[in-house]
Ligand binder design. Structure first.
Ligand SMILES: NC(=O)c1ccc[n+]([C@@H]2O[C@H](COP(=O)([O-])OP(=O)(O)OC[C@H]3O[C@@H](n4cnc5c(N)ncnc54)[C@H](O)[C@@H]3O)[C@@H](O)[C@H]2O)c1
Length: 283
């Protein structure tokens, strides 16, 4: 199946990034969120990103305007009825996602594919909320979506081969590189990455080094482009915490226990770049 139009539910960090790359790749977008304010904020973010591409000479003004004209925004799920694929990108919460996926299934056509951008929730379990789990798949983009090339394409127990093939082909059309992954907590990248971030919080909490020094250590000693604490701020400390909580429960292994400092910062509302403060302060 060739995918030409994509619905995205959730206009936050991930949803607006996905909307941007889909529109610049020449496909139609329907972007859904609960409030007009969330939609306005999402579109403002992606417009700012497109402006930066224009300033760098990577996109002309006509290209920017055409990309923006391909994005239709709404708070009404019924607007998804003609799209070929819907990507759900709302908060990392099983009950919320299951409810939203069921709503999506009631409005889309029989042939439409339904995907979730979950970082850690089981694709098999999310798929079981649907009447037709064969057409359900994980499509895990990375933050910031316009910059990072990887998409983990995750098959649940019932995902059909045709669904995987269509989504992998689409991913390439979007200029991204898919890897095919079997359903397992955290898939491949977060299973390795998030425990490393958690360990950086333990090192910080124990006073092993300052936040700047921990990050410099991993940048300069392990050749990482960004330190683990700055990366946590970029991902969102709340997102990191919920991923660790899911790992601890799903693997039934205390090695994934979230660092109390991470939990404390989340409780204080220091969620990272998106609120201006996490481990570091952002102007
Ligand atoms: N932030 C990251 O680095 C990252 C990376 C990969 C995957 N993810 C995953 O992507 C998903 C979204 O994360 P995010 O960081 O973009 O979250 P976010 O909080 O920035 O955005 C979530 C959006 O969903 C909207 N929303 C909430 N309820 C809704 C509903 N009923 N209908 C429509 N929209 C609704 C919110 O208004 C908000 O705009 C999560 O599952 C997360 O685990 C996040």
């Amino acid at each position: 199946m060739t995918i030409n139009s994509i619905g995205i539910v959730g206009a936050g960090t991930m949803g607006n990034g996905i909307a941007q790359i889909v529109a610049t790749a020449g496909l139609e977008v329907v972007l859904i969120d609960v409030t007009e304010a969330a939609l306005t904020k999402g579109v403002a973010t992606l417009t700012g990103n497109l402006e930066r591409l224009v300033a760098k000479g990577q996109l002309d003004i006509h290209g920017r305007d055409v990309a923006l004209s391909r994005i239709d925004i709404s708070t009404d799920y019924k607007r998804l009825k003609n799209v070929d694929l819907v990507i759900e990108a709302v908060a990392e919460d099983l009950a919320l996602k299951s409810r939203i996926l069921q709503t999506i299934e009631t409005v889309v056509s029989q042939n439409a594919i339904i995907a979730s951008n979950t970082s850690s929730i089981s694709i098999t379990e999310l798929g079981s909320a649907l009447a037709d789990p064969l057409r359900f798949v994980g499509m895990h983009f990375f933050n910031p979506v316009p910059l990072l090339p990887l998409v983990e394409v995750i098959s649940g127990l019932k995902t059909s081969v045709a669904t995987i093939e269509s989504v992998c082909a689409l991913t390439v059309r979007l200029g991204k590189s898919p890897i095919s992954v079997k359903n397992s907590p955290g898939f491949v990248v977060n299973r390795i990455l998030v425990p490393m971030i958690n360990e950086a919080f333990f090192a910080l909490a124990e006073g092993v080094a300052t936040a700047d020094e921990i990050d410099a250590g991993m940048r300069l000693g392990a050749n990482h482009p960004i330190g683990p604490l700055a990366l946590a701020d970029l991902i969102g400390l709340d997102v990191c915490l919920s991923v660790l909580d899911v790992f601890e429960e799903d693997f039934a292994d205390s090695k994934y226990r979230a660092c109390p400092l991470l939990r404390e910062l989340v409780a204080a509302g220091r969620l990272g770049r998106k609120v201006g403060q996490g481990v570091f302060l952002y102007g």
